[in-house]
Design a protein around this ligand. Structure first.
Ligand SMILES: [Fe+2]
Ligand SMILES: [Fe+2]
Length: 312
């Protein structure tokens, strides 16, 4: 039997009234969950097992070219090979995001009391991201594909952003980096058509990321009420720009050339693909609904969100 504690009841009431939750209480719960459900990927997964013949490295429907004329001309082996390169490109993107996020978290807690649960949780999240980035790097190496860094211009935009971004801007970018990939990973880990190692990596990531999403959402909700007005307006505008960069950086176009496809043709077909648009918008919906709800999608930034293809 589950017992409803006073804290649960209070949290439910706050939800119902749309009020902010107590920052320390949120962090204590996330610390509890971290203590119970954290994984060491090096020990948890069998890295030496051979890959299974005929299995995918990413669910086919989530591969960028799925259902395009080009896809229909590709052999099954070539499609699976593309899924392997796209999984490596997404793992590379994941590492890029996580490095940015770790720095944002360090900046976020720099002026706060290290004894608070809020700061202790941020440090715990950095530990999670360290393990994740090492796990993704090991996965890329194990797959034998190249590592796929983002374009130089995005790499440098990231450098600037992680150095100067405001707190609400940081948490908006965090959610953008985490929620769409999380949606894809939730479809990947239960999928029996997918390689066991990929399923293991995505399962660990989904379990641990759920806490990160919770922490960022609670903090962003708080920031959109408490941050100075200019900072809220700035977040509305810049989040549209993040969305645009994110959707361009999502798949590295080098993957097409590396599986023997014409890069320009592949990119044009992905751009024209109704299936792909639907996948990206569906993947982003939970996030865009939330951002709309807390007032981030108001004003001219909304047009940028539409232009990014992530908002219908
Ligand atoms: Fe992560
Ligand atoms: Fe994360």
């Amino acid at each position: 039997m589950t017992t409803v504690t006073e804290a649960d009841a209070l949290e439910g009431l706050r939800d119902a009234l749309g009020l902010l939750k107590d920052r320390e209480q949120v962090a204590e719960r996330l610390l509890d969950s971290s203590a119970k459900h954290s994984f060491d990927p090096d020990k948890e997964l069998d890295w030496d097992a051979p890959f299974e013949d005929g299995k995918w490295f990413w669910p086919p429907e989530l591969v960028s070219l799925y259902d395009t004329p080009l896809w229909k001309r590709m052999s099954e082996e070539q499609r699976i090979e593309l899924s392997k390169h796209e999984a490596a490109a997404l793992a590379s993107l994941g590492i890029w995001f996580e490095l940015i996020l770790m720095q944002l978290l360090v900046r976020h807690v720099y002026d706060k009391a290290a004894t608070s649960a809020h700061v202790r949780y941020a440090l715990t999240e950095i530990e999670d991201e360290c393990r994740h980035s090492k796990m993704f790097a090991r996965l890329i190496t194990r797959g034998g594909t190249p590592h796929y860094p983002v374009a130089r211009v995005h790499h440098n935009l990231g450098r600037l952003f992680k150095t100067i971004s405001t707190t609400p801007g940081s948490f908006t970018a965090t959610l953008l980096g985490e929620e769409i990939l999380d949606w894809m990973q939730r479809l990947t880990f239960p999928d029996e058509r997918v390689q066991t190692l990929i399923r293991g990596v995505t399962r660990i990531h989904v379990v641990e990321e759920a806490r990160h999403v919770r922490y960022a959402r609670e903090e962003l909700r708080r920031q959109m009420v408490t941050a100075p007005r200019w900072s809220q307006e700035f977040t509305r505008l810049t989040s549209g720009e993040f969305a645009r960069v994110f959707s361009v950086a999502f798949i590295n176009p080098e993957v097409y050339a590396n599986v023997g496809l014409d890069q320009k043709e592949a990119m044009a077909q992905v751009k024209a693909s109704g299936h792909r648009r639907e996948i990206m918008q569906t993947g982003a919906r939970r996030l865009t609904d939330f951002l709309d709800d807390i007032g981030v999608l108001r004003g001219p930034g909304r047009q940028l969100w539409r232009a990014s293809g992530l908002l219908a």
